[in-house]
Design a binder for this molecule. Structure first.
Ligand code: ADP
Ligand code: MG
Length: 699
């Protein structure tokens, strides 16, 4: 690969601040900046001027089309391309792009899920430019990041509520900062998502209908070697993978994506990519793009990038870590302990806001990462449990304890800890933070939510996090504004909050059975194991009230989202069930039958030659395989009827419960019989590549 000048390459396909500043007039640039930074309404003449320059730039870069790029509730991004051409009187064309086209699009959106929000007769949806996320070029097309809503103004995407949640947090955080004497332009949340994925050989992938249709293997006996030697984690990266990563970095850098860290992960064929963090809506857009580009670049290298949460049973699945913090426009991280006692009190208040938010809205955070795919990971001893808790580390926990109990804090001079008097000890990133078992861990100056599945859009969990933290901050601001003695009231508030919400703090092993017991019985934390269990809580009154109060969702939007997410769960499992039936009837049973036939033929032939042969191998294997075919047949028939039964429910909650209780258990049973048959069968007669081939064939 040719050597590249990275600073020159970086962002070369993005209409970023550098391009805006150099191409727009000072007046247009400054009013666009105001829109971006302070959410000020964009004037139409500004939009017109920006559109002209954006078009010129895009055409110079070889673009012929433009698209409003959006994130409907399917979880993947959508785009509809229009070319810039417009007929000219002389019979030719000119390249045109107006401010109106930049600001607003009207895709016919009748085929996107709306959960009943968009009446079928009103197929129109609107897309609206999000100037805070830069436009970019992909495939000769100028992509304009947009929000997507219905004719009536209901959000049909993930970006709109995300932006609203950021505004809610901004509003409340500014109130709090004011109490500490700080006037800031804005507070924004930032996120760095660490992305896990698998890379497998394309030829192997294409031979597996389960991977092709569902993104995960539905059958497959364990290979003799899995991840037990831990020899893949941070191991030397194989040449084909290195070539892929180099290529991927180039593509991401061109798009202004801060791809930074890459390494092998725990499972064979598993890898991770982490970018440098950015503002949440930008991080969301770029994570969607990253996932898309990863899959595309892998194909170029004759590999397939699997983003499913659990492509292979028996080895780790893939997640995503959402590193989250809040910062002001001057770059102050509100989750960084400060230098002075006063700053520390402020830090502790923001910390409390997060702790309270996670405790009060455990269910929202849990359901924000709930999908059929992620259900395989949470609580399966490889990912944090479905129980949400907060890890603070020993040092910070000791400080909170000291405040709560009015007792001396050991780390400092032996005095009662009083806010406003004491500087907190400077704590470096907690060295004990290799607690990988916590779903939500404080890591020095940010929180890391580790429950996300690898294919999840990070929008969902950040909407809930931002909204829930905004709610805690609102309660604090309501209480603290206008009090006579701010310091005393603040101290009491922090103390009370710690007492009230300490049940959510847990620094131990989240994978242990004891924790599940303690969390659910002693502490009363919720343990929502599956999507079917979690999702209906979106409509719990306390959740609806909070999300509406902060203008993050309307009630109709919440109903529609709950329905869409449950529908998605049911459809996903339904496709998996049908794929299993298909593979069993068309491939596995016939293959085993062939095998049986050849055993039977061998035995009768051998016995006809000599009456001394025992044919033990053939007969024993044949007998067990024959039993297994009976079990497989019985299981596949029972799965078929469970799938058929789903059609009889007209209620999505009932359907999702039937999927959870009936369909998934039958799929598991069927798989166990087929996997046993695989172990007894010759590789030659087996219809699909084995786990060994899938996991170990990329060099
Ligand atoms: P690790 O989790 O392995 O310790 P890092 O500390 O390097 O890794 O951080 C992982 C991710 O967290 C990176 O994407 C990084 O950019 C991001 N990150 C670091 N600081 C912040 C912050 N203040 N807010 C949000 N994300 C952050
Ligand atoms: Mg991390």
């Amino acid at each position: 690969m040719e050597k590249q000048n990275v600073p020159e390459l970086f962002g070369s396909n993005v209409f970023d601040d550098r391009e805006m500043r150099s191409r727009l007039s000072a007046k247009v640039y400054s009013s666009l900046r105001k829109t971006i930074d302070e959410n000020v309404k964009l004037e139409s003449d500004v939009a017109e001027a920006v559109a002209q320059q954006m078009k010129e730039w895009a055409i110079e870069k070889g673009a012929t089309h433009f698209t409003h790029w959006f994130q409907p509730l399917t979880g993947v991004t959508a785009e509809k391309h229009d070319s810039f051409i417009s007929p000219s009187p002389d019979g030719g064309v000119i390249m045109e792009f107006s401010g109106k086209e930049l600001i607003k699009g009207e895709p016919d959106a009748s085929s996107f899920p709306s959960g009943g929000l968009r009446a079928t007769f009103e197929a129109r949806g609107y897309t609206a430019w999000d100037p805070t996320s830069y436009a970019f070029i992909k495939d000769h097309t100028l992509c304009i990041p947009t929000a997507f809503c219905s004719y009536a103004g209901d959000a049909l995407d993930k970006k709109t509520p995300l932006l609203r949640s950021m505004q809610a947090l901004n509003r409340q955080a500014k109130r709090i900062l004011k109490l500490f004497g700080k006037e800031v332009k804005y507070v924004r949340t930032s996120v760095g998502p660490e992305q896990e994925y698998f890379l497998i050989d394309k030829e192997m992938f294409e031979k597996r209908p389960d991977l092709v249709y569902t993104g995960r293997t539905l059958f497959g006996a364990m290979p003799p070697k899995g991840q037990e030697l831990d020899d893949h984690y941070f191991g030397v990266i194989k040449p084909r993978v290195t070539a892929f990563m180099e290529d991927l970095n180039q593509e991401l850098w061109k798009l202004g994506i801060l791809a930074k860290t890459e390494h092998n992960e725990v499972a064979p064929a598993q890898h991770e990519l982490a970018p440098i963090f950015s503002t949440t809506n930008v991080a969301t857009d770029t994570n969607q793009l990253t996932m898309e580009i990863m899959q595309r670049v892998a194909r170029k290298h004759d590999m397939v990038c699997l983003l499913h949460e659990k492509p292979f049973a028996g080895v780790n699945g893939s997640g995503k870590h959402n590193n989250w913090s809040m910062a002001t426009d001057n770059g102050t991280n509100l989750l960084s302990p400060g230098e002075t006692p006063y700053d520390n009190a402020q830090f502790l208040l923001f910390l409390c806001a997060v702790i309270q938010a996670v405790d009060d809205y455990q269910d929202l955070i849990r359901l924000s990462v709930a999908t059929a795919g992620n259900d395989h990971r949470l609580g399966a001893n490889e990912a944090p449990p479905a129980i949400i808790s907060v890890f603070l580390g020993d040092e910070l926990s000791a400080i909170l304890d000291a405040i709560k109990n009015d007792t001396p804090y050991e780390g400092k001079e032996k005095e009662i800890m009083k806010l406003g008097v004491h500087a907190l000890p400077r704590f470096s990133k907690d060295t004990t933070d290799r607690n990988r078992t916590s779903p939500f861990a404080f890591t020095g100056n940010k929180f890391e939510l580790r429950s996300l599945g690898s294919s999840n859009s990070i929008a969902c969990c950040n909407i809930m996090l931002n909204a829930a933290v905004a709610e805690s901050l609102k309660q604090y601001a309501d209480r603290l504004e206008g009090v006579a003695n701010f310091e005393d009231e603040l101290h009491d508030l922090i103390k009370e909050t710690i007492k009230k919400h300490e049940r959510i703090i847990f620094n131990g092993n989240g994978y242990s059975d004891e924790w599940v017991k303690e969390a659910t019985t002693v502490r009363g934390l919720s343990n929502l194991k599956t999507t079917a269990d979690a999702m209906p809580h979106l409509l719990d009154q306390k959740n609806v009230d909070m999300l509406i109060a902060h203008k993050v969702f309307t009630e109709t939007e919440l109903h529609s989202r709950c329905e869409i997410m449950l529908e998605n769960y049911c459809k996903t499992v339904n496709i998996e069930g049908h794929t299993m039936v298909d593979m069993v009837r068309k491939n596995y049973l016939p293959a085993i039958e062939n095998n049986l036939y050849s055993f039977a033929k061998t035995v009768s032939l051998m016995k006809s030659v000599s009456d001394k042969v025992k044919c033990q191998y053939e007969i024993k294997t044949m007998e067990r395989l024959s039993e297994l075919t009976d079990s497989i047949l019985e299981s596949v028939e029972s799965l078929e009827s469970a799938l058929e039964e789903l059609k009889s429910y007209d209620d999505i909650i009932k359907t999702s419960e039937a999927v959870r209780d009936n369909v998934i258990t039958k799929m598991d049973k069927l798989r166990s019989f087929v996997d046993e048959a695989e172990m007894l069968s010759s590789e030659k007669c087996w219809p699909f590549p084995s786990y060994g081939k899938l996991l170990f064939s990329v060099y």
